[in-house]
Design a protein around this ligand. Structure first.
Ligand SMILES: NC(=O)C1=CN([C@@H]2O[C@H](COP(=O)(O)OP(=O)(O)OC[C@H]3O[C@@H](n4cnc5c(N)ncnc54)[C@H](O)[C@@H]3O)[C@@H](O)[C@H]2O)C=CC1
Ligand SMILES: O=C(O)[C@@H]1CCC=N1
Length: 290
């Protein structure tokens, strides 16, 4: 197991879902694929809804065992078994694996079940094309902060999904953070600025911590200080509703230190680096969307 993986599970195991048990409808949700994204969703859901029945199957048994031990996931031995037991089936495998899985399960999924896709580049029509009848498809794009209930998930629905089922799907993702209704046309860019964004922020955190360590701050303290500064700054954008440039201006004293840093960021192409990252994401999404 890699160190990153171990750390992920250290957090994952330390949070006791029984302490935050809440009441609600006992949804039956099944995950096919219990990797990084599914584990974050399962943990987020479990924290909010101890009464939900969460089932899962993964070809990699240790992932299933861990989710069973930590979050009460009911581990099953095949995708077919998951489909048999649940109301909502979440396909949480890689986009490249969707074709094989959809072919395998298309005859066993029932019309009344809700299929949730979270793969980048997989639109509703593409999922529907594996089925003879109109299916209830929820297309969703979550992100990994779902693990701590601070994710953001974009959702769209096929026509067969009823209003009550829209609410059920929104409730499911709301247990992991914010839910935003988006159009199918917005999914790719949503993936680039929300689904992938945690990776950009982690690189920024690591780079800033390297600089802090260079100037004598401890490694652990650097991560704690920088991550709090990032989350506080991000929260200000929503809480104050001020333009990000105004918030930036409040930090920049005339002839001060921050404006010197801003000058260096602009010279190094910080804005362009971020825009280029999003453009690269969009290009790769198009390649997967075939
Ligand atoms: N990781 C992320 O931050 C995000 C991922 N997504 C989407 O979530 C999906 C899953 O991504 P990750 O969790 O990152 O990948 P992952 O590689 O961590 O997890 C995929 C899991 O599927 C399992 N698997 C593969 N074939 C299977 C099969 N036939 N039956 C059962 N299990 C099978 C693998 O063993 C693995 O545990 C992808 O489609 C991705 O586009 C969406 C938003 C964010
Ligand atoms: O890198 C990926 O393909 C997935 C999609 C959004 C975030 N991670």
């Amino acid at each position: 197991m890699s160190n990153a993986f171990k750390q992920f599970y250290r957090f994952y195991s330390e949070t006791n879902f029984n302490e935050s048990m809440k009441r609600g409808i006992a949804m039956k949700i099944g995950f096919i694929g219990v990797g990084n994204m599914a584990q974050a969703l399962i943990h987020g859901m479990r924290i909010e809804h101890a009464e939900w029945q969460l089932f899962g199957f993964d070809i990699y048994a240790p992932s299933l065992e861990r989710a069973a031990a930590n979050d009460g996931l009911i581990a099953l031995s095949s995708a077919a078994e998951v489909i048999e037991k649940v109301d909502i089936v979440v396909l949480a495998i890689k986009p490249q694996q969707y074709d094989g899985l959809l072919k395998e399960i298309s005859s066993s999924i029932r019309k009344e079940q809700i299929i949730v896709t979270i793969a980048i580049g997989f639109d509703i029509a593409r999922t529907q094309s594996y089925f003879a009848e109109p299916m209830k498809i929820v297309r969703a794009m979550p992100n990994t902060p779902a693990l701590i209930g601070q994710g953001v998930t974009g959702v769209s629905f096929s026509e067969a999904v009823t209003d009550a089922e829209h609410d059920a799907a929104r409730t499911m993702f709301a247990s992991c953070g914010t839910v935003v209704d988006i159009t199918e046309a917005e999914f790719n860019i949503f993936g680039a600025v929300a689904g992938s964004l945690p990776a950009y922020v982690y690189i920024m955190t690591e780079a800033l911590a390297d600089a802090a360590v260079q100037y004598g701050l401890g490694r652990a303290a650097s991560y704690e200080i920088i991550s709090q500064a990032i989350s506080g700054s991000a929260a200000m954008v929503n809480a104050t509703n001020m333009h990000p440039a105004q918030l930036k201006d409040q930090v920049c004293s005339p002839n001060g230190t921050t404006i010197a840093a801003v000058d260096a960021l602009e010279r190094e192409g910080f804005r362009h680096a971020l825009m280029a990252a999003v453009q690269a994401c969009m290009t790769r999404t198009k390649e997967l969307d075939k």
